[in-house]
Design a binder for this molecule. Structure first.
Ligand code: NAP
Length: 259
């Protein structure tokens, strides 16, 4: 299917690895030109090269921390008029809420709520004026089914979700859509480091933690980042113009609910 986004300009944040990288790759395969971001310049360059070689797309890199105002400015300077914005950043650490003070909360809110909101604020009016825009926020299945030890994530992402629910509808008549994709458990460094941390804290082998985690998923496997990237590209397509303000789970059936 031709997604109708050939020549569209996309910013993909936190895209040197994992889910962000998969979104960048799928958008590039469908003809978009990219500005991708990550903090480690070397990893980011390697990813840009891989995407260029695989797709022939134009890929610019901006190695900055997207959770800072200067980082966002640099990304926007590289692509001042994006048609597509994929918001992503690292997730907050797990832990016990008793140990989180204001500093931990502010960091989580900055990464997983305020950064996407600031980027939306900077870009959607231009998209609306040009009559086309797609914003996809990478959030988490924790928005639908909270994960106790990820309280920082549950809280910060719920704030973003509430903001999107109102704002997406306010923009719905302009050709701009805003949707959230909620990953369950995907094969990325983030998933692996979570297993390693749990193995250390519980004194159990990592393989046992991983097997137990996989067994909870009705699909009996972790998600492949490419599957996530393809969903992101579809939500950025011309065909998806009537889908807005949605929270789309991609989790192999992990979250058990009727709707
Ligand atoms: P990942 O494999 O660890 O990749 C994270 C990517 O983000 C890397 O490219 C990293 O590069 C970049 N990054 C992190 N912090 C950044 C920052 N402040 N500024 C710019 N780039 C930054 O993680 P992932 O699994 O793809 O997860 C992506 C998001 O989805 C996270 O918020 C995560 O919590 C959420 N999520 C993931 C899963 C899952 O199963 N994988 C499930 C639910 C939610 P640098 O380190 O070089 O900056």
């Amino acid at each position: 299917m031709d997604l109708g986004i050939t020549g569209r300009k996309a910013i993909v944040c936190a895209a040197s690895k994992g889910l962000g990288k998969a979104c960048a790759m799928s958008l590039a395969r469908n003809g978009a030109s990219l500005v991708i971001n990550g903090r480690n310049a070397e990893t980011l360059e390697d990813t840009a090269r891989e995407i260029r070689e695989a797709t022939g797309a134009d890929v610019l890199t901006v190695a900055v921390d997207i959770t800072t105002a200067q980082g966002r400015e640099a990304v926007l300077a590289a692509c001042p008029e994006p048609d597509i914005l994929v918001n992503n950043a690292g997730g907050p650490p797990p832990g016990d809420f008793r140990e989180w003070g204001e500093g931990e909360w502010v960091a989580a809110l900055r990464a997983n709520m305020l950064t996407p909101i600031e980027l939306i604020r900077a870009t959607v009016d231009g998209m609306a004026a040009r009559g086309f825009g797609r914003v996809v926020n990478i959030t988490s299945s924790a928005v639908k089914a909270p994960i106790a030890e990820l309280g920082l994530s549950n809280g910060a992402r719920a704030g973003l979700t509430g903001f999107v629910a109102g704002t997406a509808r306010a923009l719905a008549a302009t050709g701009v859509t805003i949707n959230n994709i909620l990953p369950g458990r995907f094969e990325t460094d983030r998933l692996r480091s979570g297993f390693a941390a749990k193995a250390r804290s519980q004194g159990r082998p990592e393989s046992e933690i991983e097997a137990a985690s996989r067994a909870q998923i009705p699909a009996r496997r972790f998600g492949r980042p490419e599957e996530f990237g393809e969903l992101c590209a579809y939500l950025c397509s011309v065909q998806a113009g009537y889908i807005t303000a949605q929270n789309v789970l991609i989790d192999g059936g992990l979250v058990s609910s009727t709707m």
